[in-house]
Ligand binder design. Sequence first.
Ligand SMILES: [Zn+2]
Length: 129
Amino acid sequence: MTNLTPSELKRLTDKLTTRRSELEAMVRTDAEHDNLRRMGGEVGDPGDESAALQQTDLNLAEMEGSVRELQAIDQALERVRESRYGHCAECGCDIPAARLDAYPTAERCTPCQARHERVYGGRDVTPSL
Ligand SMILES: [Zn+2]
């Protein structure tokens, strides 16, 4: 069980699913634009091409961010299904509802998240070693 009331849990899952469909739509649109730009790039002059390339890089980074957020949302929704949502993945304490409200995908309490970021130098990055 979590410290969340059923209505809080419902509100947070609604938030997660809404955000999920937003992101899904965004990633789809990005991919379509990307294809269009690539087709257009073939006829442009070299200057245009490098500008288009930079633009593509930028979009790729954005898209990666969206895809990562999608994965985080899927994981959060899975935690909801398994009744683990709202529990800190590190210490097992209840994550305060206010924190979940601000970050519905949070999987750690604030102290554990801070420690995690100190160790790995970022949020949920895979260590490079
Ligand atoms: Zn914790």
